[in-house]
Design a protein. Structure first.
Length: 294
């Protein structure tokens, strides 16, 4: 590893010993790298604590520059691989809930058949978190939603994801073929955190309806159990429900006026993408667009 990548690894691990173990370097070798860089810069990068290390104020200011250098060195390596038409290395992918369960297993399986030397790291989070990680250079590409998209990112739409309503069988709206917002406005409503499944509160606001939000959470399966026990109804995106078996006591209905979010893949804008990232995003676009059913 180059010295700047080593500094980044120590920062991420929060410990010299952990960074050494993760990189197969000795602890003394890692300490020597830190001391060497600190000597060149003229100020300390880390505070030594009983529990590990943390960046100094000076270290926080210069870390983004180290990350840029490491990223550009990776670009050079990937460009060199592209010249010889090989593709290998680690690809770090960010993903909103649902995508990692429904899309990524097939995408990675098929991509690996073409590029078997690629390894993967998955980062899960909300659309906002994934975009933040992309802007900071911590991940190579990210599955996210169209809104809000940071203006530093380039977004490629992949699929329109329709919102669905989960209802106990005894709920009056369960007898309807399709359901209007007004039909469920007074019912206790369970939704995923707006950051994780953004769009639900906005749908109600657009119709000037104040929803009776009973619970917001991240565990879709847990909320389905709550609906099963009569604690309310749920509104979730189709992608977040994909692959989940619904109990017999629950039915799903579509909205009378369909409401959707756009799911796609984002990369950093206005910079040359590493060869491996470029190939993965191209492959993902062709793969998702080519599937008849998702």
């Amino acid at each position: 590893m180059n010295k700047y990548s080593m500094i980044i690894k120590v920062y991420e691990a929060g410990s010299i010993s952990k960074a050494a173990a993760q990189t197969s370097y000795s602890q003394s070798a890692v300490s020597q790298v830190i001391s060497s860089v600190e000597g060149e810069l003229g100020f300390p990068l880390f505070k030594r604590l009983k529990t590990g290390v943390t960046l100094t104020e000076e270290g926080k200011k210069i870390l983004p520059a180290f990350q840029n250098i490491a990223r550009e060195e990776e670009n050079i390596r990937q460009t060199a691989h592209s010249i010889t038409r090989s593709c290998e290395g680690k690809l770090t992918i960010g993903s909103i809930p649902g995508v990692s369960r429904q899309w990524l297993p097939d995408i990675i399986k098929n991509f690996s058949e073409v590029y078997p030397k690629v390894t993967y790291e998955l980062v899960h989070g909300s659309a906002e978190n994934i975009q933040k990680e992309l802007c900071e250079g911590n991940i190579d590409c990210g599955f996210t939603t169209l809104y809000p998209v940071n203006n530093e990112l380039e977004f490629t739409p992949l699929q329109e994801d329709e919102f669905l309503i989960l209802l106990p069988k005894e709920h009056p709206a369960a007898k309807m073929d399709t359901v209007a917002l007004e039909d469920i406005a007074q019912s206790p409503l369970l939704i995923t955190d707006k950051g994780l499944d953004s769009g639900i509160p906005g749908v109600f606001a657009w119709k000037s309806i104040i929803p009776n939000i009973y619970l917001q959470g991240r565990d879709v399966i847990g909320m389905i159990r709550m609906i099963e026990n009569g604690l309310g109804i749920g509104v979730f995106s189709g992608l977040s429900l994909a692959g989940i078996h619904l109990p017999e006591q629950i039915v799903y209905r579509k909205f009378r006026e369909p409401y959707r979010r756009t799911v796609g893949i984002s990369v950093r804008k206005n910079q040359k993408q590493p060869f491996i990232t470029e190939k993965f995003t191209e492959f993902t676009y062709e793969y998702i667009r080519g599937r008849k059913e998702l």
